[in-house]
Design a protein around this ligand. Sequence first.
Ligand SMILES: NCc1[nH]cc(CCC(=O)O)c1CC(=O)O
Length: 309
Amino acid sequence: MPDTPILRLGTRRSPLAMAQAEEARARLCAAHGWDVGAVELVPVIASGDKIQDRPLAEIGGKALWTRELDLWLAEGRIDAAVHSMKDVETIRPDIIAIGAILPRADKADTLLGAASIAAIPQGAKVGTSAPRRAAQLLHARPDLEVVGIRGNVATRMAKLEAGEADATFLAAAGLSRLGEDNVGVRLDPEDWLPAPAQAAIGIECRASDERTREALVVVNHAESRDEVLAERALLQGLGGTCHSPIAVLTTRTDDRLTMRAAIFSPDGSQRVEGTASFACDDLAAPGELARTLLDDAPPEIAVNFGQME
Ligand SMILES: NCc1[nH]cc(CCC(=O)O)c1CC(=O)O
């Protein structure tokens, strides 16, 4: 093991964050031929991890996951930081760059507690704090009751066992990265649209740090990056915040992306959907799709859009 690591990689401390950081480390070491000691994992406690009992949207949004790691990056205490790109704000500080997007995993959500959305018993309680999952569910099943549920994957599964809810959702990617591949039912992303950037792990660094940028670009997965940047451009165009129910599925054929996006009113009663097909590096096209969706959106939807984070 080298005495000093080549790269100090910051991460949140939850089991899922640590698993993602291990994956990032393994890919970096394999790509560069480094031994495992070359990448030091530096666990940092995020504000979002300290507050577990209130919905994320209520306590300050996505910045709760990035603020501490951003600070550690800015101060040079770490060289890079691993994130679930789904949790990273659309607009980032200028000093921070996305150095790599790792190969994206399964974008699907998993349903726990019922065999399908249709099979959830009439009037049942479904636990989720995600505006997209709540609105998409109520759109299909207005009879159901959505109850807030937060915490890491293990906590949420325990809350389901304890009867706090009859069913809940977890991202298939998170479950699989925790080795929980055999729980629940995978919801086909064509029918149940995922969140922007779901299942994508990003590694950020200081924009000015050429040495780290060169180290990270080697593990960048170009196709995944195209999708993630396109979905983030859609979010930016929509002025979406953590209160905005936004669902999107991007698929690729050769060098073109096809994006299907839907926005909802929080109670699911209103839904607007649109599709666009564009060259994989055309980041203006998702912005245009966003404008089309907003033009069609009734006030019940629009109220949660068109804002900055
Ligand atoms: N909202 C929390 C969150 N952020 C990232 C994941 C894991 C899935 C991913 O990598 O996108 C999860 C858990 C979940 O949604 O079940």
